[in-house]
Design a protein around this ligand. Structure first.
Ligand SMILES: NC(=O)c1ccc[n+]([C@@H]2O[C@H](COP(=O)([O-])OP(=O)(O)OC[C@H]3O[C@@H](n4cnc5c(N)ncnc54)[C@H](O)[C@@H]3O)[C@@H](O)[C@H]2O)c1
Ligand SMILES: [Zn+2]
Length: 366
């Protein structure tokens, strides 16, 4: 069992990582929540069908009266109407201020369940039990909650940290392979940002093996969680430092929006974004060619990615439009070497266009 502490004063909480943890989740929660009784598990049908019984049995065995609430599956349901609907259900089920919301699913459930917990009766306790690679290595840590608006993603949200994050890598067994791979890119991102050993382990990885190699999976998730926990602990609300977590996300987000979120899973868009950022760093002489090639090869070795067919001009325009909603500059997180990145605000447009042209080329040849 690996425990990682996330310190966000006045309170800190832990992420507990262990294969088989879901079956013991009731006992852990009893320890953390004391005599509280009312637990409300928010989930989606695929997760309930595969793992709902295991979780509910463990909660019941620990003496909790736990109830299940379902939302529809998928990013389109990450919207305020879902939070409202779940709130009505909570109320009808008798949830009061002492209620605890358990977000049991991928990043979508984590974000919706988190927002629900932060709003219901002006805030009730939250527990995160993430069930995708992306949610285990990234989304469940850091306290960000949110839903999408028609005009853009994640525009409505709060900070609401969970009491505990329970991470069971065994539940990843039922995750579709494409989702599994896509999540790994966020872990590789952590390696490039600040953990060379994690980078090298992922670089030499055979994904099929990893899916059944419990010890490696636990280690990889724990190292990613540690990195995010460190960054979040030192900079809870995203001043300077938290921005390093956006490595690969500047171009990644632009690719996602340009393709209306239909072509790439989030991790896949970030994968292309990491390649683009690395090429930009190389063009600007901020990283040596050998390290740049290592990063690009590592990304490509984690599996085939959907093709990039967007026009470079459109992506540049999207970055410009984004600028207004940020603070007047396009921030790029560029790698300096494996394990170190820097934030750069003055990337020339030419360098971006060149990198995008290279992405298209690379994606045609792969
Ligand atoms: N709050 C944050 O800090 C943060 C960080 C990164 C991403 N996010 C958000 O996370 C979301 C993406 O999360 P995601 O990639 O986990 O997608 P997701 O939640 O949509 O899950 C992907 C799919 O996998 C299914 N699934 C989940 N666990 C499963 C399991 N164990 N077995 C079988 N199927 C399973 C889900 O039902 C869904 O169909 C985005 O909305 C993104 O904005 C939030
Ligand atoms: Zn991401």
């Amino acid at each position: 069992m690996i425990r990682v502490t996330i310190s966000v004063p006045p309170r800190s909480y832990q992420a507990i990582i262990e294969s088989g943890l879901l079956q013991r989740s009731g006992a852990h929660l009893r320890e953390i929540l004391g005599q509280r009784k009312q637990l409300f598990v928010v989930t989606v049908p695929p997760v309930r069908r595969k793992w709902g019984k295991t979780l509910m049995a463990s909660l019941t065995a620990a003496g909790f009266a736990a109830k299940l609430l379902e939302m529809k599956d998928g990013e389109p349901y990450k919207k305020l109407a879902t939070v409202e609907d779940l709130s009505e259900k909570l109320s009808r089920m008798g949830a009061d201020r002492e209620a605890v919301v358990i977000a049991f699913g991928g990043g979508v459930v984590g974000d919706v369940g988190g927002l629900l917990a932060s709003l219901y009766m002006r805030g009730v306790d939250l527990v995160q039990i993430p069930t995708t690679v992306l949610a285990q290595v990234d989304a469940s840590i850091g306290g960000k909650t949110g839903v999408n608006l028609r005009v853009g993603k994640n525009l409505l949200g709060t900070f609401h940290h969970p009491r505990v994050v329970l991470i069971d890598p065994a539940v990843l067994r039922t995750l579709p392979e494409r989702e599994f791979r896509a999540g790994l890119f966020e872990s590789l991102k952590c390696g490039v940002i600040g953990n060379p050993e994690l980078f090298h382990r992922l670089q030499n990885l055979q994904i099929k093996k990893l899916r059944t190699d419990v010890a490696s999976l636990e280690w990889m998730i724990a190292e990613s969680v540690k990195l995010k926990a460190e960054v979040v602990s030192s900079d809870e609300r995203e001043g300077g430092l938290r921005r390093v977590l956006n490595f690969g996300h500047t171009i990644g987000h632009a690719l996602e929006t340009e393709t209306s979120y239909r072509q790439f899973l989030h991790g896949e868009a970030v994968a292309w974004g990491m390649i683009a950022a690395t090429r930009i760093a190389a063009v600007m002489n901020k990283i040596d060619q050998a390290a740049a090639s290592q990063i690009i090869d590592a990304v490509m070795s984690l599996g085939s990615l959907p093709r990039v067919e967007v026009r470079s001009r459109n992506i540049v325009q999207r970055l410009q439009a984004d600028k207004k909603t940020r603070d007047g500059a396009v921030h790029f997180v560029l790698p300096q070497k494996i394990g170190k990145v820097e934030i750069v605000n003055n990337v020339p447009e030419d360098a971006v266009i060149q990198a995008l042209n290279e992405l298209r080329q690379l994606s045609r040849n792969s």
